[in-house]
Design a protein around this ligand. Sequence first.
Ligand SMILES: [Zn+2]
Length: 124
Amino acid sequence: MTERTAPSPWVAGIKLRCPQCGEGAVFAGYLRFRDACAVCGANFKAADAGDGPAVFVILVAGAIVAPLLIIFQFALQLPSWLALTLTMVAAVVLCLVMLPPFKAVLFALQWKHKAREVRNEDIE
Ligand SMILES: [Zn+2]
């Protein structure tokens, strides 16, 4: 029997797959974690990436959208209302598209490094 090697947390996360086997889906809905992997049975109940994914998504989306507004308004000379509308739509779409993979990658990294909350029992 060959031991299955764990997939790269980056690859598993971007593909929205289980960090243990790299095959089962990690989400049941848009951003809701499954209770367990349907393929290998890994328990996802402790999964909590917190605010981390949102922070990274805001940073990346902002770095893309801010120059876009400048290009729309000054290089293309679009009317302000149009430039602002296009930029807002781009910001919302970018955030919605990036959130699941960012959340899955952070979860996979936590899984690989066994990150979890510190409890009192750990300190004693
Ligand atoms: Zn799995």
